[in-house]
Design a protein around this ligand. Structure first.
Ligand code: NAD
Ligand code: TYD
Length: 367
């Protein structure tokens, strides 16, 4: 591949996107990174303060549903790679207000694929040429970033992998599943050099505190807030540090094959209640509280509607074909994450003021 690349990242002001943008800007000075983000409640330019002046970085505020804005960015920057992360990403919000998920995750993805194809000029003849040659010769890449939730819910046994049948069960996962199908359809029909990735639950710095780990850290820190565990807390998630997801995405970009799917996961399954108790222990230590103090804030609350029982990934294909490995063990990853939130209480306060509090009160009061 050439050294110089113009890379468009959508959703780069969000949790995973900001880690990806920072990594690309810092590690690849020969690449130009264009971050396109609508800045919803979940997008925050504070997440990228440290690199905003970098010469190889540009931010564009735009909605992926805005065809003219996308057209202008493709015209001006001629990106030859896209990492598509822009999405509505929270399951509970998708249960409360699903249509925003349809607009951004489905329609927005189709719009982005459509404009991208126009500029990359792939068409049906590219697709048949590819089929003949068995490979895409151009160096363009569209990395479609998705979730393991598209596969539905596991019982006690088994793991998701690239062959698992789709069975999405929440408005969020159904909208992501639809977007995966659209990305693959553009590959198959128009020869777009698409790679799809499906990753398990991420954790780390800059995660919006509506998601389990930062929400619990925030509430433990406040001391007088409940730690709302849905149902009995027996649901299982497979947690991966966000930096390890980012290294997987970059490996998929550099080493992955168009038309392929790669699953990333942490081999790191936790029942929610055990994870919350672990966080309480870590926070008791960090805050100098007696062991057991923070756990007194735990409350079992009304379960999430349609709550998927268990997610877990077999990431062997990514390990074999992309030479990818998660690097961080969970206990130290969690400690680092807690340290970050404790050192960034201003960030936590800023993102949880305003409309977040309306959501929080609506969602958790009388739950
Ligand atoms: P996030 O909610 O933190 O960030 C999403 C970003 O997209 C925000 O910056 C937001 O402003 C932007 N955005 C939303 N709608 C937009 C629109 N219409 N146009 C342009 N920008 C828009 O999400 P995240 O947790 O960083 O997830 C990023 C991607 O990774 C999503 O596609 C998600 O489905 C996928 N994913 C997330 C996880 C996880 O554990 N968080 C795991 C696997 C896959
Ligand atoms: P979440 O971080 O929302 O990720 P996802 O639903 O996409 O896996 O939730 C992780 C798990 O934690 C999930 O099983 C739901 C549960 N959960 C709670 O028990 N309480 C909460 O307040 C939240 C936000 C999640």
């Amino acid at each position: 591949m050439n050294d110089r690349r113009n890379i468009l990242v959508t959703g780069g002001a969000g949790f995973i996107g900001s880690h990806l943008v920072r990594h690309l800007v810092k590690q690849y000075p020969e690449y130009k990174i264009i971050n396109l983000d609508k800045l919803t409640y979940a997008g925050n330019l504070e997440n990228l303060r440290d690199i905003e002046e970098a010469e190889n970085y540009r931010f564009v505020k735009a909605d992926i549903n805005d065809a003219d804005a996308l057209d202008a960015v493709f015209g001006a920057e001629a990106p030859d790679a896209v990492f598509h992360l822009a999405a509505e990403s929270h399951v509970d919000r998708s249960i409360e207000a699903p249509l925003a998920f349809i607009d951004t995750n489905i329609r927005g993805t189709a719009n982005l694929l459509h404009i991208c194809r126009k500029h990359w000029q792939t068409d049906a003849s590219t697709a048949s040429l590819q089929a003949e040659k068995g490979a895409v010769e151009n160096e363009k890449r569209f990395i479609h970033v998705s979730t393991d939730e598209v596969f539905g819910s596991l019982g006690d046994q088994g793991l998701f992998d690239e062959e698992t049948r789709y069975d999405p069960r929440s408005p969020y996962s159904a909208s992501k599943a639809a977007s995966d199908h659209l990305a693959r359809a553009w590959q198959h029909t128009y020869g777009m050099p698409v790679i799809v990735t499906n990753c398990s639950n991420n954790y780390g710095s800059y995660q919006f505190p509506e998601k389990l780990i930062p929400l619990m850290i925030r509430n433990i820190l406040k001391g007088d807030q409940q730690l709302p565990v849905y149902g009995q807390g027996l649901n299982v998630r497979d947690w991966l540090l966000v930096d390890d997801h980012v290294s997987g995405l970059v490996a998929a970009f550099h080493n992955g094959k168009p038309g392929e799917t790669y699953c990333f996961g942490g081999d790191n399954e936790w029942k929610n209640i055990d994870l919350v108790k672990k966080l309480c222990e870590i926070m008791d230590d960090k805050l100098g509280r007696a062991r057991g103090t923070s756990a007194q804030q735990i409350r079992f609350v009304k379960d999430r509607a349609g709550h998927d029982l268990r997610y877990a990934i077999d990431a062997q294909k990514a390990k074999d074909e992309l030479n990818w490995m998660p690097s961080q063990d969970f206990e130290s990853g969690l400690r680092l994450t807690v340290d970050w939130y404790l050192s960034n209480t201003d960030w936590l306060e800023a993102v949880t003021s305003g409309s977040y509090l309306d959501y929080y009160n609506r969602h958790y009061t009388n739950r």
